[in-house]
Write a protein of this length. Structure first.
Length: 384
């Protein structure tokens, strides 16, 4: 088995594959049909999706027949003992075992979760007691993982093979090294492959102290590189978090300054209208900021949910700070008293439009009870 990857190809892609490989389709019909079903180049095997079902049925039937013959042969040997073993031809045993291995291999390349095929291969390999057979199992399971990297049967089979090799082989460190490289290769293609990472953790117990030390060094280097490359992102994220806190400081300063400058303006119509306009403009700007942070994800830093939560909690804080007594102010809810009902009603309507509660529950559902309490408190304050 000299192939290292298997894939399933749509019939329309075969012409392009042959063209890229520099091959032209043969003129004969039989050769043309074969080249539109299988593609074999650079140790890669492509199988047309058009023939998967008939191939699966044929390989399954062939395997089940061979496996039944193998079971019958073993059961006859168990019952009759040594007397029957003299009547059984060794070549017949080898022929049936070879058929089981051949047809199970074809079946597993088409259906990786056919557990009976994996189990039958284990039985044959155990009877052979050959290191080469165990190494062939590593090759087959690697081929299966090339098209189904999350196959539980394939990963489990590899564990069984490595355990078996460890009991009878002195070259285990070399095999473990290659196994670690395979896991790394698969994990690079599928970073969320839990089975691959779990297999690597399991593999550490079979590593020598030198291999474990080298793995630790490589992991430390990777961690340092990751920190180095993501440092800018981390700094930006922390900066943005700090900016939200700084905005609270600026807003609080503006509200206190606003109250101080407009104290005693209850009888001045123009000044009071100006105050109402200033407050409306300020709140409109903050609501616009909330809206922009809630609907525009940041693909560069992938912290859309964090920014949305920061903006929503900032808005809750701002409304609450506008309605209660602030440090350094002489009276409670002065701003609330000075701003007409129409402004607060308009603010409530805008908050409904923003759907603040739904946003908070979406980005941080585990704190839903907190959001309910805060929204109820704000609603109570905005109703005179």
């Amino acid at each position: 088995m000299d192939r290292d990857e298997v894939g399933f190809v749509h019939p329309s892609q075969f012409f392009k594959l042959n063209e890229e490989a520099g091959h032209s389709l043969p003129s004969s019909d039989s050769s043309a049909d074969e080249n539109s079903v299988f593609w074999n180049e650079d140790h890669k095997l492509g199988i047309s999706t058009q023939v998967l079902l008939p191939l699966y049925k044929a390989s399954k039937d062939a395997f089940m027949t061979a496996n039944r013959q193998f079971k019958e042969l073993n059961s006859t040997s168990d019952v009759s003992g040594a007397e029957n073993s003299l009547c059984t031809s060794p070549s017949l045993d080898d022929s049936i075992e070879s058929a089981v291995m051949k047809h199970s291999r074809a079946l597993l390349l088409l259906s990786c979760d056919f557990g009976t095929a994996w189990h039958s291969r284990k039985i044959v390999v155990l009877e052979k007691h050959e290191l080469s057979s165990l190494l062939d199992e590593l090759l087959l399971s690697a081929l299966v993982l090339s098209y189904s990297p999350k196959s539980e049967y394939a990963w489990s089979h590899r564990k069984w093979v490595i355990k078996s090799i460890s009991e009878k082989c002195s070259t285990l460190p070399e095999i473990v090294t290659k196994e670690s490289e395979l896991v790394e290769k698969i994990a690079e293609r599928s970073k969320m492959n839990y089975r691959a990472w779990n297999h690597r953790c399991w593999l550490v117990s079979y590593m020598t102290r030198e291999q474990q030390l080298m793995l630790k060094i490589l992991e430390d280097r990777c961690y340092e590189q990751e920190i180095s490359s993501s440092g800018y992102s981390v700094e930006i994220y922390l900066l943005w978090k700090a900016l939200w806190l700084h905005r609270r400081f600026l807003s609080l300063f503006w509200i206190k300054h606003f109250l101080t400058d407009h104290t005693g303006l209850s009888g001045h119509g123009k000044q009071k209208t100006s105050m109402n306009n200033d407050f409306s403009i300020f709140m409109d700007n903050e609501l616009h900021l909330l809206h922009s942070c809630s609907i525009i994800p940041d693909n560069s830093f992938d912290d859309y949910q964090a920014q949305a939560m920061h903006s929503a909690t900032y808005m809750l804080w701002l409304i609450k700070s506008s309605l209660i007594k602030l440090p350094g102010c002489l009276c409670y809810s002065y701003l609330h008293q000075q701003i007409p009902d129409s402004c607060w009603i308009e603010l409530q309507e805008k908050l409904k439009t923003e759907n603040l509660k739904a946003l908070l529950n979406k980005v941080c559902p585990e704190r839903s009870s907190t959001w309910d309490c805060l929204m109820g408190y704000v609603k109570h304050l905005t109703i005179k």
